[in-house]
Design a protein around this ligand. Structure first.
Ligand code: UDP
Length: 325
């Protein structure tokens, strides 16, 4: 029988891409999403869908009783660095308390394998780059803090209940599925690449949050990773956890960094038009540079990114064009 995978946040941008790949690989997929930031149009037609909030423990329990879940992939969370500074309580409630409900429902139903969608934001201002998984955890945003706190909860559940986990620390996800069906939709959009594409299409200016960082051109540097590469790491992660492996934290990135200004230039090439920009103050909680070291993903999962920044921008643009039809 094909394994049944439960994915929380499966109607979100990254979740939908993971669901798409799981279904292509013949897994049975159960999606839980409260559609607060997820989007109906991203629900895969071949997945079983429950409109449930992870704070609803009774509903979670019911779902675990109705299915034989092999592994949980947990993405349901709020994910905006900027918003998290303004609404810290909301972020802790969703990202930590909600997640704890899920872990409790799992162990009560003898489901002991989970892949958690963590973030490079757990590292804070890097002491060195590329950042490997041994780098100190020192988040500077509330968002990063919620991810780091939940990783600690996972360690506790491993100790107390033998729950095995992979915490995949994504760097900056971008792009859309190969058929451009599943892409980035956030309302409002705050992420760099889709923001540039949306604004430039309307001849509007993109705001650059700070050009006085200690980087080559003064703007923040990020490691952009294609969402399909991220999805592939989850498939390998399911196999890894199926082999009685140990819990691990693993970076997912490309080991390459691009500044905000470089991304604007690359988008302008794809769009074949110049992109207007204006300098605004720094955004709270933004480290100057985040670049992953990915040796651990290669060693443990045999995973490496396959797609470049060009694939990311091209596929993000194709998805944007589909959205605006
Ligand atoms: N950024 C920007 N203008 C925008 C959106 C983002 O200058 O309209 C910058 C942001 O300050 C950060 C980088 O682009 O340095 C990536 O931000 P994003 O929100 O895409 O991802 P994050 O790094 O916060 O996960």
């Amino acid at each position: 029988m094909n394994k049944e995978i439960l994915i929380t946040g499966g109607a979100g941008y990254i979740g939908a891409n993971i669901v798409d790949l799981l279904i292509k690989k013949k897994y049975k997929v159960v999606v839980i999403d409260n559609l607060s930031t997820g989007n109906k149009s991203l629900i895969h037609p071949d997945a079983i869908f429950y409109n449930v909030d992870i704070s609803d423990k009774a509903k979670l329990e019911e779902i675990f009783r109705m299915h034989i879940i092999d592994t949980v992939i947990h993405l349901a969370a709020l994910s905006s660095v900027g918003e998290s500074a303004k609404k810290p309580k909301k972020y802790f409630k969703n990202n930590v308390k909600g997640g704890l409900n899920l872990l409790e429902a799992m162990v009560e139903n003898e489901c002991k394998k989970i892949i958690f969608s963590s973030s490079a934001a757990v590292y804070g201002n890097p002491q060195y780059v590329p950042i490997n998984e041994d780098h100190p955890i020192n988040p500077i945003s509330i968002y990063g803090e919620t991810k780091a706190t939940f990783e600690e909860k996972l360690k506790l559940f491993d100790k107390q209940h033998d729950l095995k986990f992979l915490s995949l620390r994504y760097f900056n996800a971008g792009g859309s599925s190969d058929d451009n069906r599943f892409g980035e939709i956030h309302i409002p959009e705050t992420h760099l690449i889709p923001s540039i594409l949306k604004l430039a299409a309307k001849n509007r200016e993109i705001s650059i949050f700070g050009d006085d960082y200690d980087t080559k051109d003064g703007t923040c540097i990020r490691d952009y990773i294609h969402v399909v590469d991220i999805a592939e790491a989850h498939i390998l992660g399911i196999e890894y956890l199926g082999n009685n492996a140990q819990s691990e934290m693993i970076n997912l990135g490309t080991e390459k960094g691009y500044s905000v200004k470089e991304i604007i230039n690359l988008c302008s090439k794809t769009l074949e038009k110049s992109v207007k920009s204006k300098i605004e103050p720094r955004r709270k909680g933004d480290p100057p540079i985040l670049i992953a070291s990915c040796g651990k993903a290669k060693k443990l999962l045999n995973w490496e990114h396959k797609k470049t920044i060009h694939h990311i921008i091209e596929s993000a643009w194709k998805f944007e064009q589909k959205l605006s039809i």
